[in-house]
Design a protein around this ligand. Sequence first.
Ligand SMILES: Nc1ncnc2c1ncn2[C@@H]1O[C@H](COP(=O)(O)OP(=O)(O)OP(=O)(O)O)[C@@H](O)[C@H]1O
Length: 319
Amino acid sequence: MGGFGVNNGTMQVGHIIAFINYMTQISTSLMMISMVFNMFVRARASTFRIGEVFAVEENTSWNSLKHEVTGERGRIDFENVTFSYTGQVQDAVLKNITFTIYPGETVGIIGSTGSGKSTLVNLIPRFYDVTGGTLKVDGVDVRRFHPHDLREKIAIVPQKNILFTGSVRENIQWGNERAGMDEIEQAARLAEAHDFISDAPEGYDTMIGQSGVNFSGGQKQRISIARALVRHPEILILDDSTSAVDVATEMRIKAALKKYAKGLTCLLIAQRITSVMDTDKIIVLDEGEVAGLGTHEELLEKCRVYQEIYQSQIGKEVL
Ligand SMILES: Nc1ncnc2c1ncn2[C@@H]1O[C@H](COP(=O)(O)OP(=O)(O)OP(=O)(O)O)[C@@H](O)[C@H]1O
């Protein structure tokens, strides 16, 4: 007598198979329960983190008055700017930075890793406040702007481009919800993205991400640039955002911006010297200080740091 058909301590093949089947079903269910439990624990932790982010109080004070623009639109002045993430002068990552960028100029920013390039441009939309000195946009101290007014002028393409799961059109439109199809297409053309988007299976409706097309790194960067351009900014900041784009395409993007985005002030952070060689002027950063400022030719003549970058990348001795 046995509950599972066991006779005299023996089992038939059919019973063994049924036993294994039941055990598999039980263990699968147990695994599912533990997976759900795991996901629940993770979701709970994420909820706490999201709550923490929402609870953060803004530590930047904004002038609630809408300022009157009196200066030139797209002009940027750094006046003896010092910045430290800790607020302590001895930890300053930017020291006594002074320069002016005039409306419509394309300015290259170059320097070794950690020299302060991203920090410098992040001060412009007031992601951080200067620790010392004054930073002006349109001739007005950035602290006098309303956040909405200041940030509406500026578009930043960050180092790490963030495209979300959705269509190419939605990804570009995220920069400006009111943009129509013609504006989206125009921005994509300026960013040298229109052709490969049109060649994609469903054009601008092609899905990006896991369930859609996986664009190359350079193509993703160009979609991110289109997203920034569709906002019609007065100041465009490209933070190493053409690093995966080939040199010829990068040159075409810069030429298109110069020709069609008239009056646009453009800051171009780059690792490659070829990316900044043809800009109106180049700022060379070294350990948080301006080591040189001028055109490619001027810097090649007088800036030691620039000469070293040139030699290491181009491989030619500077005469
Ligand atoms: N959020 C932060 N908090 C504290 N220190 C930071 C922060 N971001 C950058 N730093 C430090 O500030 C210095 C300048 O960094 P930054 O990213 O501006 O340099 P970078 O020239 O843009 O470098 P890369 O070319 O590698 O992007 C570095 O020493 C860096 O470690």
